[in-house]
Design a protein around this ligand. Structure first.
Ligand code: FAD
Length: 427
Protein backbone atom coordinates (compact mmCIF):
# COMPACT_ATOMS: atom_id res chain seq x y z
CA UNK A 1 0.00 0.00 0.00
CA UNK A 2 1.22 3.51 -0.76
CA UNK A 3 2.26 5.49 2.32
CA UNK A 4 -0.21 8.03 3.68
CA UNK A 5 0.74 11.62 4.30
CA UNK A 6 -1.12 13.69 6.84
CA UNK A 7 -1.27 17.42 6.34
CA UNK A 8 -1.97 19.39 9.51
CA UNK A 9 -3.88 22.54 8.65
CA UNK A 10 -6.25 23.40 5.80
CA UNK A 11 -5.09 26.92 5.03
CA UNK A 12 -3.86 27.68 1.51
CA UNK A 13 -0.51 25.94 2.19
CA UNK A 14 -2.07 22.73 3.50
CA UNK A 15 -4.70 22.58 0.77
CA UNK A 16 -2.18 23.21 -2.00
CA UNK A 17 0.22 20.65 -0.54
CA UNK A 18 -2.56 18.08 -0.29
CA UNK A 19 -3.51 18.64 -3.94
CA UNK A 20 0.09 18.23 -5.11
CA UNK A 21 0.68 15.19 -2.90
CA UNK A 22 -2.58 13.54 -3.92
CA UNK A 23 -1.12 13.19 -7.41
CA UNK A 24 1.19 10.47 -6.08
CA UNK A 25 -0.51 8.85 -3.09
CA UNK A 26 -3.11 9.02 -0.31
CA UNK A 27 -3.31 12.25 1.70
CA UNK A 28 -5.53 13.36 4.52
CA UNK A 29 -5.87 16.88 5.89
CA UNK A 30 -6.71 17.62 9.51
CA UNK A 31 -7.96 21.10 10.34
CA UNK A 32 -8.76 22.36 13.81
CA UNK A 33 -11.24 25.01 12.66
CA UNK A 34 -14.75 24.09 11.59
CA UNK A 35 -13.96 25.09 8.01
CA UNK A 36 -11.03 25.35 5.67
CA UNK A 37 -9.15 28.54 4.77
CA UNK A 38 -7.06 29.54 7.79
CA UNK A 39 -6.12 33.19 7.29
CA UNK A 40 -8.20 33.55 4.14
CA UNK A 41 -11.52 32.69 5.83
CA UNK A 42 -14.47 34.99 5.20
CA UNK A 43 -17.81 35.34 6.97
CA UNK A 44 -21.11 36.79 5.84
CA UNK A 45 -22.38 39.55 8.13
CA UNK A 46 -26.00 40.37 7.27
CA UNK A 47 -25.31 39.46 3.65
CA UNK A 48 -22.01 41.39 3.43
CA UNK A 49 -18.71 39.57 2.96
CA UNK A 50 -16.21 40.06 5.79
CA UNK A 51 -12.60 39.05 5.16
CA UNK A 52 -11.74 38.21 8.76
CA UNK A 53 -8.06 38.96 8.15
CA UNK A 54 -7.05 41.60 5.60
CA UNK A 55 -8.78 41.43 2.22
CA UNK A 56 -7.18 38.67 0.18
CA UNK A 57 -6.66 39.16 -3.54
CA UNK A 58 -4.74 36.91 -5.92
CA UNK A 59 -1.74 37.48 -8.16
CA UNK A 60 1.16 35.20 -9.08
CA UNK A 61 4.41 36.29 -10.67
CA UNK A 62 5.53 32.70 -11.25
CA UNK A 63 3.78 31.45 -14.40
CA UNK A 64 3.81 27.78 -13.31
CA UNK A 65 2.04 28.70 -10.10
CA UNK A 66 -0.45 30.89 -11.95
CA UNK A 67 -1.16 28.02 -14.37
CA UNK A 68 -1.63 25.56 -11.51
CA UNK A 69 -3.97 27.95 -9.71
CA UNK A 70 -6.08 28.73 -12.79
CA UNK A 71 -6.44 25.04 -13.61
CA UNK A 72 -8.79 24.95 -10.59
CA UNK A 73 -11.01 27.84 -11.68
CA UNK A 74 -12.82 29.32 -14.63
CA UNK A 75 -11.11 32.69 -14.59
CA UNK A 76 -13.65 34.47 -16.81
CA UNK A 77 -16.76 33.08 -15.14
CA UNK A 78 -15.57 33.07 -11.54
CA UNK A 79 -13.15 35.98 -11.12
CA UNK A 80 -12.97 39.70 -11.75
CA UNK A 81 -9.77 41.33 -12.85
CA UNK A 82 -9.72 44.44 -10.67
CA UNK A 83 -7.69 47.60 -11.21
CA UNK A 84 -5.46 48.44 -8.29
CA UNK A 85 -6.09 51.95 -7.03
CA UNK A 86 -4.09 52.43 -3.84
CA UNK A 87 -3.87 55.77 -2.04
CA UNK A 88 -2.15 57.20 1.01
CA UNK A 89 -3.98 59.52 3.39
CA UNK A 90 -1.66 62.38 4.35
CA UNK A 91 -2.68 65.65 5.92
CA UNK A 92 -6.31 64.95 5.06
CA UNK A 93 -5.48 64.52 1.36
CA UNK A 94 -5.34 61.41 -0.83
CA UNK A 95 -1.91 60.92 -2.39
CA UNK A 96 -1.05 58.25 -4.97
CA UNK A 97 0.74 55.01 -4.09
CA UNK A 98 3.62 54.24 -4.31
CA UNK A 99 4.41 57.64 -2.85
CA UNK A 100 7.71 58.16 -4.68
CA UNK A 101 5.85 58.11 -8.00
CA UNK A 102 3.39 60.78 -6.88
CA UNK A 103 5.73 63.36 -5.38
CA UNK A 104 4.07 66.06 -7.48
CA UNK A 105 1.02 65.70 -5.24
CA UNK A 106 3.02 66.84 -2.19
CA UNK A 107 3.83 70.46 -1.20
CA UNK A 108 6.71 72.32 -2.86
CA UNK A 109 8.93 72.40 0.25
CA UNK A 110 8.57 68.63 0.78
CA UNK A 111 9.22 67.82 -2.87
CA UNK A 112 12.35 69.97 -2.81
CA UNK A 113 13.70 68.11 0.21
CA UNK A 114 12.87 64.71 -1.32
CA UNK A 115 14.61 65.67 -4.57
CA UNK A 116 17.69 66.90 -2.66
CA UNK A 117 17.77 63.59 -0.77
CA UNK A 118 17.41 61.48 -3.91
CA UNK A 119 20.06 63.43 -5.82
CA UNK A 120 22.48 63.20 -2.88
CA UNK A 121 21.87 59.45 -2.67
CA UNK A 122 22.43 59.15 -6.40
CA UNK A 123 25.77 60.94 -6.11
CA UNK A 124 26.87 58.46 -3.47
CA UNK A 125 26.21 55.48 -5.78
CA UNK A 126 29.45 53.70 -6.57
CA UNK A 127 31.31 55.43 -3.73
CA UNK A 128 31.20 52.27 -1.72
CA UNK A 129 28.42 52.67 0.88
CA UNK A 130 27.92 49.62 3.03
CA UNK A 131 25.33 47.25 1.53
CA UNK A 132 22.20 47.56 3.65
CA UNK A 133 21.49 44.62 5.90
CA UNK A 134 18.32 45.79 7.60
CA UNK A 135 14.92 47.21 6.67
CA UNK A 136 15.46 50.65 8.26
CA UNK A 137 18.76 51.37 6.51
CA UNK A 138 17.37 50.05 3.25
CA UNK A 139 14.37 52.37 3.36
CA UNK A 140 16.24 55.48 4.45
CA UNK A 141 19.21 54.70 2.21
CA UNK A 142 17.07 54.21 -0.90
CA UNK A 143 14.28 56.73 -0.47
CA UNK A 144 16.05 59.42 1.57
CA UNK A 145 15.36 60.79 5.02
CA UNK A 146 12.39 62.96 4.03
CA UNK A 147 10.29 60.14 2.52
CA UNK A 148 11.45 57.79 5.26
CA UNK A 149 10.17 60.12 8.00
CA UNK A 150 7.05 61.14 6.12
CA UNK A 151 5.78 57.69 5.16
CA UNK A 152 8.00 54.62 5.40
CA UNK A 153 8.96 54.86 9.06
CA UNK A 154 5.53 55.70 10.54
CA UNK A 155 3.65 53.24 8.31
CA UNK A 156 5.98 50.31 8.89
CA UNK A 157 6.29 51.05 12.59
CA UNK A 158 2.52 50.73 12.93
CA UNK A 159 2.46 47.35 11.19
CA UNK A 160 5.58 45.78 12.66
CA UNK A 161 5.52 47.47 16.03
CA UNK A 162 9.24 46.82 16.22
CA UNK A 163 12.56 48.52 15.62
CA UNK A 164 12.88 48.36 11.81
CA UNK A 165 16.65 47.98 12.07
CA UNK A 166 16.06 44.52 13.62
CA UNK A 167 14.35 43.28 10.47
CA UNK A 168 16.95 41.74 8.15
CA UNK A 169 17.01 42.62 4.50
CA UNK A 170 16.82 39.05 3.16
CA UNK A 171 13.25 39.19 4.37
CA UNK A 172 12.47 41.74 1.67
CA UNK A 173 13.90 39.82 -1.20
CA UNK A 174 11.45 40.07 -4.11
CA UNK A 175 8.79 41.72 -1.96
CA UNK A 176 9.46 45.42 -2.37
CA UNK A 177 9.99 47.12 -5.69
CA UNK A 178 13.51 48.58 -5.70
CA UNK A 179 13.34 52.36 -6.09
CA UNK A 180 15.02 53.71 -9.15
CA UNK A 181 15.63 57.42 -9.68
CA UNK A 182 14.96 57.23 -13.40
CA UNK A 183 11.55 55.62 -12.82
CA UNK A 184 10.71 58.04 -10.05
CA UNK A 185 11.49 60.99 -12.31
CA UNK A 186 9.60 59.49 -15.26
CA UNK A 187 6.54 58.76 -13.13
CA UNK A 188 6.52 62.26 -11.72
CA UNK A 189 7.06 63.97 -15.05
CA UNK A 190 4.78 61.80 -17.18
CA UNK A 191 2.22 61.41 -14.38
CA UNK A 192 0.95 58.11 -15.66
CA UNK A 193 -1.83 56.60 -13.66
CA UNK A 194 -1.00 53.43 -11.76
CA UNK A 195 -3.36 51.58 -14.11
CA UNK A 196 -0.76 51.95 -16.87
CA UNK A 197 1.88 50.18 -14.78
CA UNK A 198 2.85 46.57 -14.38
CA UNK A 199 1.00 44.61 -11.67
CA UNK A 200 -1.74 47.19 -11.75
CA UNK A 201 -4.46 44.58 -11.52
CA UNK A 202 -5.32 41.61 -9.36
CA UNK A 203 -7.85 38.79 -9.44
CA UNK A 204 -10.77 38.55 -7.08
CA UNK A 205 -13.58 35.95 -6.89
CA UNK A 206 -16.98 37.17 -8.09
CA UNK A 207 -18.60 35.66 -4.99
CA UNK A 208 -17.35 34.44 -1.64
CA UNK A 209 -13.99 36.28 -1.57
CA UNK A 210 -10.96 34.23 -0.61
CA UNK A 211 -13.17 31.65 1.14
CA UNK A 212 -14.28 30.66 -2.37
CA UNK A 213 -10.63 29.96 -3.27
CA UNK A 214 -10.05 27.80 -0.19
CA UNK A 215 -13.34 25.90 -0.64
CA UNK A 216 -12.48 25.12 -4.25
CA UNK A 217 -8.97 23.95 -3.40
CA UNK A 218 -10.45 21.65 -0.74
CA UNK A 219 -12.88 20.04 -3.20
CA UNK A 220 -12.27 16.31 -3.65
CA UNK A 221 -9.66 16.14 -0.86
CA UNK A 222 -10.01 14.09 2.32
CA UNK A 223 -10.32 16.94 4.81
CA UNK A 224 -11.45 16.49 8.39
CA UNK A 225 -12.40 19.81 9.97
CA UNK A 226 -12.89 20.36 13.70
CA UNK A 227 -9.88 18.14 14.42
CA UNK A 228 -7.03 19.76 16.36
CA UNK A 229 -3.90 17.60 16.36
CA UNK A 230 -2.58 17.58 19.94
CA UNK A 231 0.41 15.27 19.73
CA UNK A 232 2.81 13.76 17.21
CA UNK A 233 5.05 10.84 18.22
CA UNK A 234 7.44 8.54 16.34
CA UNK A 235 6.67 4.85 16.99
CA UNK A 236 8.09 1.80 15.20
CA UNK A 237 9.12 3.67 12.08
CA UNK A 238 5.74 5.40 11.76
CA UNK A 239 4.31 8.62 13.09
CA UNK A 240 1.37 8.51 15.46
CA UNK A 241 -0.96 11.45 15.92
CA UNK A 242 -2.84 11.80 19.18
CA UNK A 243 -1.79 8.32 20.24
CA UNK A 244 -3.97 6.59 17.64
CA UNK A 245 -3.72 7.86 14.05
CA UNK A 246 -0.81 6.28 12.24
CA UNK A 247 0.73 7.99 9.27
CA UNK A 248 3.91 7.77 7.20
CA UNK A 249 4.72 11.48 7.01
CA UNK A 250 3.40 14.73 8.43
CA UNK A 251 3.29 18.13 6.76
CA UNK A 252 2.76 20.68 9.50
CA UNK A 253 1.34 24.08 8.46
CA UNK A 254 0.37 25.44 11.88
CA UNK A 255 2.32 27.81 14.12
CA UNK A 256 5.83 26.39 14.49
CA UNK A 257 6.00 27.79 18.05
CA UNK A 258 3.38 25.16 19.05
CA UNK A 259 5.48 22.30 17.71
CA UNK A 260 7.71 21.92 20.82
CA UNK A 261 4.54 21.00 22.77
CA UNK A 262 3.04 18.82 20.01
CA UNK A 263 6.02 16.70 19.13
CA UNK A 264 7.04 14.01 21.61
CA UNK A 265 10.70 13.10 21.17
CA UNK A 266 13.69 11.80 23.16
CA UNK A 267 16.13 13.09 20.57
CA UNK A 268 18.08 15.86 22.36
CA UNK A 269 19.16 17.58 19.12
CA UNK A 270 15.58 17.76 17.93
CA UNK A 271 14.43 18.97 21.34
CA UNK A 272 17.00 21.75 21.20
CA UNK A 273 15.97 22.75 17.66
CA UNK A 274 12.33 22.81 18.80
CA UNK A 275 13.08 24.97 21.81
CA UNK A 276 14.84 27.48 19.55
CA UNK A 277 11.60 28.37 17.73
CA UNK A 278 9.43 28.82 20.82
CA UNK A 279 10.01 32.54 21.12
CA UNK A 280 9.79 33.68 17.51
CA UNK A 281 7.86 36.93 17.32
CA UNK A 282 4.71 37.61 15.31
CA UNK A 283 2.37 40.56 14.98
CA UNK A 284 -1.35 40.17 15.39
CA UNK A 285 -4.07 42.26 13.75
CA UNK A 286 -7.52 43.46 14.72
CA UNK A 287 -10.02 44.12 11.96
CA UNK A 288 -13.15 46.22 12.01
CA UNK A 289 -15.57 45.46 9.19
CA UNK A 290 -17.52 48.58 8.22
CA UNK A 291 -19.99 50.07 5.81
CA UNK A 292 -18.61 53.11 4.01
CA UNK A 293 -19.47 55.72 1.40
CA UNK A 294 -18.93 54.85 -2.26
CA UNK A 295 -15.39 55.42 -3.60
CA UNK A 296 -13.09 53.83 -6.17
CA UNK A 297 -10.12 52.98 -3.93
CA UNK A 298 -8.77 49.47 -3.38
CA UNK A 299 -6.41 50.12 -0.44
CA UNK A 300 -5.93 53.26 1.63
CA UNK A 301 -2.69 53.44 3.63
CA UNK A 302 -2.72 55.43 6.85
CA UNK A 303 0.84 56.31 7.92
CA UNK A 304 0.05 59.16 10.30
CA UNK A 305 0.48 58.44 14.01
CA UNK A 306 -2.68 60.48 14.78
CA UNK A 307 -4.78 57.52 13.61
CA UNK A 308 -4.20 54.07 15.00
CA UNK A 309 -5.35 51.96 12.03
CA UNK A 310 -2.77 51.44 9.31
CA UNK A 311 -4.89 50.44 6.33
CA UNK A 312 -8.41 50.31 4.94
CA UNK A 313 -9.14 47.59 2.38
CA UNK A 314 -12.21 48.43 0.34
CA UNK A 315 -13.26 44.82 -0.22
CA UNK A 316 -16.73 46.02 -1.25
CA UNK A 317 -15.12 47.58 -4.33
CA UNK A 318 -13.63 44.26 -5.46
CA UNK A 319 -17.04 42.64 -6.08
CA UNK A 320 -20.51 44.21 -5.77
CA UNK A 321 -21.68 40.85 -4.35
CA UNK A 322 -19.67 41.66 -1.21
CA UNK A 323 -22.17 44.43 -0.33
CA UNK A 324 -25.42 42.51 -0.81
CA UNK A 325 -26.68 43.28 2.65
CA UNK A 326 -25.98 46.99 2.44
CA UNK A 327 -27.19 50.05 0.57
CA UNK A 328 -23.62 51.35 0.84
CA UNK A 329 -20.18 49.73 0.30
CA UNK A 330 -18.13 47.69 2.75
CA UNK A 331 -14.49 47.75 3.81
CA UNK A 332 -12.11 46.34 6.42
CA UNK A 333 -10.10 48.63 8.68
CA UNK A 334 -6.90 46.96 9.87
CA UNK A 335 -5.10 47.68 13.16
CA UNK A 336 -1.86 46.12 14.36
CA UNK A 337 -2.06 44.24 17.66
CA UNK A 338 -5.06 43.57 19.84
CA UNK A 339 -7.36 46.56 19.81
CA UNK A 340 -10.72 46.53 21.60
CA UNK A 341 -13.92 47.06 19.64
CA UNK A 342 -14.69 50.32 21.48
CA UNK A 343 -11.24 51.74 20.64
CA UNK A 344 -11.56 50.68 16.98
CA UNK A 345 -15.00 52.28 16.79
CA UNK A 346 -13.65 55.54 18.21
CA UNK A 347 -10.69 55.40 15.81
CA UNK A 348 -12.76 54.89 12.65
CA UNK A 349 -14.69 58.07 13.43
CA UNK A 350 -11.43 59.91 12.58
CA UNK A 351 -11.26 58.28 9.15
CA UNK A 352 -12.91 59.41 5.91
CA UNK A 353 -15.94 57.70 4.35
CA UNK A 354 -18.51 57.78 7.21
CA UNK A 355 -17.59 54.34 8.47
CA UNK A 356 -20.28 52.35 10.28
CA UNK A 357 -18.96 49.28 12.17
CA UNK A 358 -20.60 45.92 11.40
CA UNK A 359 -18.30 43.24 12.91
CA UNK A 360 -14.79 42.72 14.21
CA UNK A 361 -12.15 39.99 14.40
CA UNK A 362 -8.84 39.49 16.16
CA UNK A 363 -6.18 37.32 14.52
CA UNK A 364 -3.19 36.50 16.76
CA UNK A 365 -1.00 35.31 13.86
CA UNK A 366 -0.99 37.77 10.99
CA UNK A 367 2.56 38.91 10.27
CA UNK A 368 5.69 36.93 11.02
CA UNK A 369 8.55 39.05 12.29
CA UNK A 370 11.76 37.79 10.80
CA UNK A 371 14.90 38.58 12.68
CA UNK A 372 18.47 37.96 11.64
CA UNK A 373 18.58 34.40 13.01
CA UNK A 374 15.09 33.30 12.03
CA UNK A 375 15.83 31.54 8.74
CA UNK A 376 18.80 29.71 10.23
CA UNK A 377 16.72 28.59 13.21
CA UNK A 378 13.90 27.29 11.01
CA UNK A 379 16.28 25.54 8.64
CA UNK A 380 18.00 23.82 11.55
CA UNK A 381 14.64 22.57 12.77
CA UNK A 382 13.66 21.37 9.29
CA UNK A 383 16.86 19.37 9.11
CA UNK A 384 16.26 17.74 12.50
CA UNK A 385 12.65 16.92 11.59
CA UNK A 386 13.39 15.34 8.24
CA UNK A 387 14.56 11.93 9.59
CA UNK A 388 11.19 11.72 11.38
CA UNK A 389 9.39 12.50 8.08
CA UNK A 390 7.88 15.62 9.56
CA UNK A 391 7.97 18.69 7.30
CA UNK A 392 7.23 22.36 7.86
CA UNK A 393 5.20 24.31 5.32
CA UNK A 394 3.49 27.69 5.25
CA UNK A 395 3.56 31.18 6.62
CA UNK A 396 3.71 30.38 10.33
CA UNK A 397 5.38 26.99 10.07
CA UNK A 398 8.30 28.25 7.99
CA UNK A 399 8.08 31.78 9.41
CA UNK A 400 8.07 33.27 5.95
CA UNK A 401 6.20 36.30 4.69
CA UNK A 402 4.28 34.20 2.13
CA UNK A 403 1.38 35.44 0.10
CA UNK A 404 -0.97 32.80 -1.32
CA UNK A 405 1.09 32.34 -4.49
CA UNK A 406 4.30 31.86 -2.51
CA UNK A 407 2.56 29.45 -0.15
CA UNK A 408 1.44 27.42 -3.18
CA UNK A 409 4.95 27.50 -4.63
CA UNK A 410 6.41 26.25 -1.35
CA UNK A 411 3.78 23.48 -1.30
CA UNK A 412 4.73 22.42 -4.81
CA UNK A 413 8.44 22.37 -3.92
CA UNK A 414 7.81 20.31 -0.80
CA UNK A 415 5.64 17.83 -2.73
CA UNK A 416 8.41 17.43 -5.30
CA UNK A 417 10.92 16.87 -2.53
CA UNK A 418 8.67 14.29 -0.89
CA UNK A 419 8.13 12.49 -4.18
CA UNK A 420 11.94 12.17 -4.45
CA UNK A 421 12.29 11.04 -0.84
CA UNK A 422 9.42 8.58 -1.22
CA UNK A 423 11.14 6.98 -4.19
CA UNK A 424 14.27 6.42 -2.08
CA UNK A 425 12.69 5.34 1.20
CA UNK A 426 9.14 4.85 2.30
CA UNK A 427 9.11 8.61 3.05
C1 FAD B 1 -3.49 40.94 6.75
C2 FAD B 1 -3.10 39.97 5.70
C3 FAD B 1 -3.40 40.24 4.37
C4 FAD B 1 -3.02 39.34 3.37
N1 FAD B 1 -3.36 39.61 2.09
C5 FAD B 1 -3.01 38.75 1.11
C6 FAD B 1 -3.43 38.98 -0.23
O1 FAD B 1 -4.11 39.94 -0.54
N2 FAD B 1 -3.03 38.07 -1.17
C7 FAD B 1 -2.29 36.96 -0.86
O2 FAD B 1 -1.95 36.18 -1.77
N3 FAD B 1 -1.91 36.71 0.42
C8 FAD B 1 -2.26 37.57 1.39
N4 FAD B 1 -1.90 37.30 2.69
C9 FAD B 1 -1.12 36.08 2.99
C10 FAD B 1 -2.00 34.83 3.09
O3 FAD B 1 -2.92 35.01 4.12
C11 FAD B 1 -1.12 33.63 3.40
O4 FAD B 1 -0.14 33.44 2.41
C12 FAD B 1 -1.87 32.31 3.48
O5 FAD B 1 -3.15 32.46 3.98
C13 FAD B 1 -1.04 31.37 4.33
O6 FAD B 1 -1.68 30.15 4.46
P1 FAD B 1 -1.09 29.01 5.40
O7 FAD B 1 -1.82 27.80 5.04
O8 FAD B 1 0.39 29.02 5.30
O9 FAD B 1 -1.40 29.45 6.90
P2 FAD B 1 -2.79 29.54 7.67
O10 FAD B 1 -3.80 30.20 6.83
O11 FAD B 1 -2.45 30.16 8.99
O12 FAD B 1 -3.23 28.02 7.86
C14 FAD B 1 -2.79 27.18 8.88
C15 FAD B 1 -3.95 26.27 9.25
O13 FAD B 1 -3.50 25.29 10.16
C16 FAD B 1 -4.53 25.06 11.11
N5 FAD B 1 -3.90 24.44 12.29
C17 FAD B 1 -2.94 24.96 13.08
N6 FAD B 1 -2.61 24.12 14.07
C18 FAD B 1 -3.36 22.99 13.90
C19 FAD B 1 -3.47 21.77 14.60
N7 FAD B 1 -2.73 21.50 15.69
N8 FAD B 1 -4.36 20.84 14.16
C20 FAD B 1 -5.12 21.08 13.05
N9 FAD B 1 -5.06 22.26 12.36
C21 FAD B 1 -4.18 23.20 12.77
C22 FAD B 1 -5.09 26.44 11.36
O14 FAD B 1 -6.39 26.38 11.94
C23 FAD B 1 -5.09 27.01 9.94
O15 FAD B 1 -6.30 26.75 9.26
C24 FAD B 1 -2.29 38.18 3.71
C25 FAD B 1 -2.01 37.90 5.04
C26 FAD B 1 -2.40 38.79 6.03
C27 FAD B 1 -2.10 38.47 7.45
Amino acid sequence: MKPTITVIGAGISGLAAARFLAETGPVEVLEKAERVGGLVQCDYVDGNLFHKVGGHVFNAKNQDIADWFWAHFDVEAEFYRVRRNAKILMDGKLVGYPLENYLYQLGKATVTRVMDDLLALRERVGQGPEPYDNFRDFLEGNFGTTLYRLYFEPYNRKIWNTDLSRIPLEWLHGKLPMPNLREILLSNVLREEESAMVHATFYYPKTGGSQFIADRLARGLRVQTGYAVRSIAARGGRLVLDGERETDAVVYTGDVRRLPDLLRTDDPDLQQALEAVRNLRAESTSNLFCECDANDISWLYLPEPSVRAHRIIYTGNFSAANNHGSARRTCVVEFAGRVGRDVMEAEVRKLPGNLTPLADNYEPNSYVIQEKETRRTINALKERLQPYRCYLLGRFAEWEYYNMDKAIEAARDLARHLAGEGAKTRY
